[in-house]
Design a protein around this ligand. Structure first.
Ligand SMILES: C[S@@+](CC[C@H](N)C(=O)[O-])C[C@H]1O[C@@H](n2cnc3c(N)ncnc32)[C@H](O)[C@@H]1O
Length: 239
C-alpha cells in the first residue's frame, strides 16, 4: 500500500479550457523565437485573447490565430475573460508555491499582463476578424497542407491534459504538422504542475510518423519544472 502518495491538490477550478491570453515577449521566451526571422508565416493555434498576433504583426511576422472562441463577438470574449479571471486569480494565489516569480513578480502583475493582452487583442480582433483570427478547433483546421512555416501552441495542449485525452493530443499534433513545417508547444506540464502523461505517447507517435520531435530548453520558467518546449520538425530533405 502506498501511504504517503498524494496527488497535488486541484487549486485551479477552471471548468475546462479558458480564454487567458499572453503577450509577445512571453511567447518569445516560451518558444525561444530568437531563431525565427520576420516574414515567417506563423499559426498561433488556440490563440485565444492573446496579443501575440497583433504585437508580432508590428514586428513584421505574419501571424494567423485559430481558436473556437473566434466564433464569438468581442464583448462575449471579454465576458468570458472576466469569468476566467476570478477562478484563475484564486487558483494562482492558492498554487503560488508551485510557481517561480522572478519574471512576473506577483499574481497581480500576471493579471495586469493578461488584461493588457486582452485590451490589445480586442480592437485588432474587431478590425481583422476572420482574416487574422480564424474560428477553428483542433484537431481539424481549415488550412491547406504546409500553409505555415511554424505553428505554435501555447498553454493549451498538455496543460489541459486532464480535459483532453491522449488520442486528442495525437490527432492535434498530426494536424499541426500537416499545416506547418515545424511545430512548437509550451508548456509540457499540466495545470496541477505534473509532467503531462500524454507527452511520451505523443513523441512516440510523431517518431512513428517519421517526424523529429525534440525537447528543447527555453529561457523561461513560471510553473516550476516547465523549462522545455516540444519542437517537431520534418527530417532534412523531406520538404
Ligand atoms: C489558456 S488559453 C491560451 C491562449 C494563448 N495561446 C496564450 O497562451 O496566451 C487556451 C485557448 O485554447 C482554446 N481552445 C479550446 N479548445 C480548442 C481547440 N479544440 N482547438 C484550438 N483551441 C482551443 C481556448 O478557446 C482558449 O482560447
Amino acid at each position: 500500500m502506498i501511504e504517503n502518495f498524494q496527488r497535488p491538490s486541484k487549486e485551479f477550478d477552471l471548468g475546462g479550457v479558458v480564454p487567458w491570453g499572453r503577450r509577445f515577449d512571453e511567447y518569445e521566451l516560451f518558444f525561444a523565437l530568437d531563431d525565427v526571422p520576420p516574414g515567417v508565416a506563423i499559426l498561433d493555434a488556440g490563440g485565444g485573447p492573446a496579443s501575440f498576433a497583433v504585437e508580432a504583426a508590428a514586428r513584421g511576422f505574419e501571424v494567423t490565430a485559430a481558436d473556437p472562441i473566434y466564433a464569438l463577438d468581442g464583448e462575449t470574449i471579454r465576458q468570458r475573460f472576466e469569468e476566467t479571471a476570478v477562478a484563475m486569480r484564486a487558483g494562482m494565489r492558492a498554487a503560488a508555491y508551485r510557481f517561480k516569480w522572478n519574471f512576473y513578480g506577483s499574481e497581480e502583475r500576471v493579471h495586469r499582463r493578461r488584461r493588457d493582452a486582452l485590451e490589445m487583442f480586442l480592437p485588432d480582433y474587431e478590425r481583422r476578424r476572420s482574416r487574422r483570427y480564424v474560428p477553428a478547433s483542433l484537431p481539424a483546421l481549415p488550412f491547406g497542407d504546409g500553409a505555415f512555416d511554424l505553428a505554435l501552441s501555447s498553454h493549451f495542449l498538455f496543460l489541459y491534459g486532464d480535459d483532453l485525452d491522449g488520442a486528442f493530443h495525437i490527432a492535434a499534433m498530426r494536424e499541426l504538422m500537416r499545416v506547418a513545417r515545424e511545430v512548437r508547444v509550451f508548456p509540457l506540464i499540466n495545470l496541477d504542475g505534473r509532467p503531462s502523461s500524454h507527452l511520451p505517447v505523443v513523441i512516440r507517435d510523431l517518431e512513428k510518423d517519421g517526424f523529429e520531435p525534440e525537447l528543447v530548453p527555453v529561457p523561461f520558467e513560471f510553473q516550476i519544472g516547465a523549462t522545455r518546449m516540444l519542437r517537431v520538425r520534418r527530417p532534412a530533405g523531406s520538404g
